[in-house]
Design a protein around this ligand. Structure first.
Ligand code: ADP
Length: 275
């Protein structure tokens, strides 16, 4: 309930969070917990409230009812409260052009750190680390306008990574990418997870969600329709279809062809070799 401290060990959560645009309710009593999963997926059809939820989680919007919880406290919408949240919860929005301000990749990535008054040696260390993680060292001095859409997305992610936040929120990280850009993005997300960062990911790419998430919330009209492990949520074809979504192809092969439930394409190929 509102005001009840969730069991989140300092992590990120929402309690009965409600958000409306003017008088249109979009998020309805959402109680979500992101502290017990490494990668939490938020899925739902267009208009189900995913982006609005991200705006609330990153403190850009303030809920009319309920709370965002962070660091064992309900978020306080003061300068200090929001500054603390923004150092711990960093969002990478769908369109990288919204987040890239400098024409030079390296300067863009260092921008937010310079704003925080961090020392140049530390800025260099973090920038090198982030560029390596998103495999962008080779275009670190390239003018941003010469980069592909996928490369810009990687620059935006590097700009978020240097903040060394506890949580990284990724809004549609594979939208607009071609198959090789998508593969690259998947590998980068896996690398980031391997570094121990908590990720919350909103995506229409149900195959990506199935492969990389360990927890899932299915939203429909601003409400939680289902939650649990990806396997639990995604085997329920009827429920998914009622929310306007499809099953991942690996889950479809399990449900419709009786094949074992595999987590990755490689696992399925190995199964089929011995079938
Ligand atoms: P999703 O990200 O799941 O597509 P959104 O959070 O973008 O969902 O939108 C949820 C609902 O809120 C939709 O009905 C959408 O039309 C509405 N909405 C989104 N942004 C605004 C806004 N700035 N003003 C009014 N309504 C909005």
């Amino acid at each position: 309930q509102t005001g009840t401290k969730p069991n989140i060990d300092g992590g990120l959560a929402t309690r009965t969070l409600c958000f409306s645009y003017q008088d249109k309710p979009v998020l309805k009593h959402l109680t979500l917990d992101f502290s017990h999963f490494n990668v939490t997926g938020i899925i739902g059809a267009n208009g189900s409230g995913k982006s609005t939820l991200f705006m609330n989680l990153s403190g850009i919007y303030q809920p009319q009812e309920g709370e965002v919880w962070w660091d064992d406290e309900p978020l306080v919408y003061s300068k200090k409260g929001l500054r603390a949240l923004r150092q711990s919860v960093v969002t990478v929005f769908q369109d990288p052009d919204q987040q890239i301000f400098y024409s030079d990749v390296e300067n863009d990535i260092a921008f937010s750190l310079r704003n925080l008054g961090i020392e140049e040696a530390e800025i260099k260390r973090r920038t090198d680390w982030a560029l390596r993680l998103v495999d962008a060292q080779h275009f670190r001095h390239t003018p941003v306008q010469c980069l592909s859409f996928g490369q810009k997305k990687r620059v935006a992610i590097a700009g978020a990574l240097v903040m060394q936040s506890d949580y990284l929120l990724l809004d549609e990280p594979t939208a607009g990418l071609d198959p090789s850009g998508r593969r690259k993005m998947l590998a980068i997300i896996e690398q980031i997870v391997a570094q121990g960062k908590r990720i919350i990911i909103s995506s229409h790419d149900i195959d990506l969600i199935y492969q990389i998430c360990d927890g899932l919330y299915l939203l429909s009209n601003g409400e939680v329709l289902s939650s649990g492990s990806p396997q639990e949520v995604l085997v329920n074809k009827t429920l998914l279809e009622s929310a306007g979504l499809e099953q991942p192809w690996l889950v479809k092969l399990h449900c419709e062809a009786g094949l074992p439930l595999c987590k990755t394409e490689q696992e399925m190929i190995a199964v089929l070799r011995h079938w």
